[in-house]
Design a protein around this ligand. Structure first.
Ligand SMILES: C[S@@+](CC[C@H](N)C(=O)[O-])C[C@H]1O[C@@H](n2cnc3c(N)ncnc32)[C@H](O)[C@@H]1O
Length: 275
């Protein structure tokens, strides 16, 4: 386990993923009934952009920094507000130093009745996660455990409604197969569950195989993909996607008409959405 998200915090891929995550959580709040958010690969919860790890590649400059700067001249649509407000509340003035991870974003959006379960396997990352999330007044359970064991142990959630965010580092060559197996198992006991799976787009055939496999047993899946067009970008990764299983009603419309066109203009990128 060599991967450290602190090298990539605030990148185009984080911004893309976190905006969609905020929209999916927001949609769950339309109903009063509680839900559970399970983050299988939680990371640290928040990241310091001034530190050497983030400074090495400065990926945040092509992600969150670009979005904030574009927003100053071309104000973002209303559905970006919660995310942008959160980032701005963690920073003072113009200087961008702190970026929220998925647990922090979810924590901000969760209500009193909702619950959150965070799994992180790396002991050092887990220790940061405990420091960053441990003092929350929301219902949060933290586990230093493997993502896929966590899915077996915690699904279906007590609340029945819920979202599972699967965001692996893809260090293992069989990560797509591991996700697929874990999803199939979860699906047996929890058909109504919502899942958001992030994936890198490096080998198109591998992605297509994963998509085909998902579509064989899931009726309702949306694949949203985002590709940077800027050749100056410091990241090795130029494209990524999220698979949304049982996506919220009308999310497709919101993404294609409002969110993705704005985000692509802000970050110099293109996007696709398919079912
Ligand atoms: C891409 S980062 C997560 C970023 C986070 N979801 C966010 O959006 O802020 C992946 C994390 O998964 C952790 N990890 C790697 N293998 C894992 C496993 N098998 N189970 C749980 N966590 C794992 C890594 O230590 C790393 O912190």
């Amino acid at each position: 386990m060599n991967y450290r998200h602190s090298y990539h915090a605030g990148s185009f891929s984080d911004v893309f993923k976190h905006i969609i995550l905020a929209l999916v959580i927001d949609a769950l709040k339309i109903k009063e009934a509680p839900f559970t958010y399970l983050d299988t690969h939680a990371g640290r919860g928040l990241y310091w952009l001034d530190e050497s790890e983030a400074q090495k590649m400065q990926e945040y400059r092509f992600g969150i920094e670009r979005l904030i700067s574009y927003h100053k001249t071309t104000p973002a649509p209303a559905c970006f507000t919660q995310y942008l407000d959160l980032v701005s509340s963690m920073n003072f003035g113009e200087h961008l130093n702190c970026y929220p991870g998925s647990p922090k974003i979810a924590e901000t959006l969760l209500r009193e009745q909702d619950a959150m379960i965070l799994c992180e396997l790396h002991p050092e990352e887990y220790s940061f996660l405990k420091d960053n999330m441990g003092k929350s007044d929301k219902k949060i359970a933290l586990h230093c455990t493997d993502a896929y064991l966590g899915m077996k142990a915690f699904l279906p959630p007590k609340t029945a409604r819920g979202l599972v965010h699967i965001d692996p580092p893809f260090e293992k060559t069989n990560e797509f197969e591991m996700i697929d197996a874990a999803l199939k198992l979860a699906y047996k006991h929890w058909r109504m569950g919502q899942f958001m799976i992030w994936y890198p787009i490096k080998d198109k055939r591998e992605v297509e195989r994963f998509q085909l496999s998902l579509k064989q047993y899931q009726n309702d899946v949306l694949f949203v993909e985002f590709f940077m067009e800027d050749t100056n970008i410091s990241s090795n990764l130029m494209g990524c996607g999220v698979a949304l299983v049982n996506p919220p009603w009308k999310l497709n419309d919101k993404l294609t008409k409002i969110v993705l066109p704005y985000l692509a203009s802000a970050l110099h990128a293109r996007w696709t959405v398919s079912e």
